[in-house]
Design a protein around this ligand. Structure first.
Ligand code: A2P
Length: 271
């Protein structure tokens, strides 16, 4: 299939309302997951945690998909985390991109996994499965998150141990970065990993770990409490539904940009 990847070619035929950006770095984590950086358009603004629509020109037609922006709002370039679906209309081709290739990006960012959609609280949980960790890679590098909350708990649950590497590397890098230390206190951030289909010290779905209370016991924190706890959730449709039900049972209310409350959800986009 013909995928147009040369920036100058793409510039000539990009649909109206799209930027043409250049890939600068690609890292493959597993045969199902990869991560890439691309240039950020001059003047393009977004809030940490939002998503954009990106795409490729395939057989002369633009093919788009929503992606959470994994980099924080202050960063010079843009980062994304993607699955690889062998016959996925976009990811089958996107997984082959190399530095220097061009990508399309629509101009408008949007999303609910933003600090603005939550009322103030003591502790922020970020519950993620699989590539659902992407928006939190942005949120945990935003100084505003550390101003708003005393404690940040990022949970990442995956089928296999190898899929945890991106989140682990990211949190290690955030905690070791001397420059970031000037802007926020990364000791407030904790990462809790769990695996569902391989042996691992912390096993099980995040929903079961919440339901049994094991998560809170392992972290040494009290059970969910609407007076103190806030949450953002990102994963598959089933994971969102089940996690939302547990939060509501604990007394937390779902919020939105125009109606901030105690938790917010966003689907991790697939295909
Ligand atoms: P499981 O292995 O038990 O299906 P996926 O890669 O399919 O998106 O899954 C990512 C992780 O999300 C897996 O660990 C998977 O567990 C878990 N998961 C799938 N469905 C749910 C759900 N309804 N609630 C919580 N976790 C889920």
């Amino acid at each position: 299939m013909n995928v147009m990847t040369r920036p100058e070619e793409l510039e000539a035929c990009a649909p109206a309302g799209t930027f043409v950006e250049t890939v600068t770095k690609v890292t493959h984590y597993t045969d199902r997951l990869f991560h890439f950086h691309m240039t950020r358009p001059a003047g393009f603004r977004f809030r940490s945690g939002e998503f954009v629509v990106i795409g490729l020109m395939i057989e002369g037609k633009p093919v788009f998909r929503a992606y959470s922006i994994a980099s924080p709002s202050w960063a010079e370039d843009m980062e994304f985390f993607s699955i690889k679906v062998p016959d996925g209309p976009l990811t089958a081709h996107l997984q082959k991109i190399q530095p220097g290739d061009a990508i399309l990006m629509r101009k408008k960012p949007t999303g609910t996994l933003v600090n603005d959609a939550l009322v103030a609280g003591r502790r922020l949980y970020m519950f993620s499965t699989g590539t659902g960790i992407a928006p939190f890679a942005s949120v945990i590098r935003d100084p505003e998150t550390y101003e708003k909350f005393d404690e940040l708990i990022l949970t990442h649950s995956c089928r296999e141990v190898a899929e945890l590497k991106y989140g682990q590397d990211l949190v290690d890098a955030v905690k070791q970065d001397e420059m970031l230390k000037e802007f926020f206190d990364s000791s407030k951030l904790k990462l809790y990993n769990s695996v569902t289909r391989e042996p691992y010290p912390f096993k099980g779905r995040i929903t079961d770990l919440i339901d049994t209370g094991k998560l809170f016991k392992d972290l040494g924190v009290p059970p969910l409490d609407p007076a103190n706890d806030r949450a953002m959730i990102c994963g598959s449709a089933a994971m969102l539904k089940d996690t939302k039900a547990l939060l509501e049972r604990a007394g937390l209310t779902e919020g939105a940009n125009n109606r901030p409350a105690e938790f917010v959800i966003e689907r991790a986009f697939a295909g």
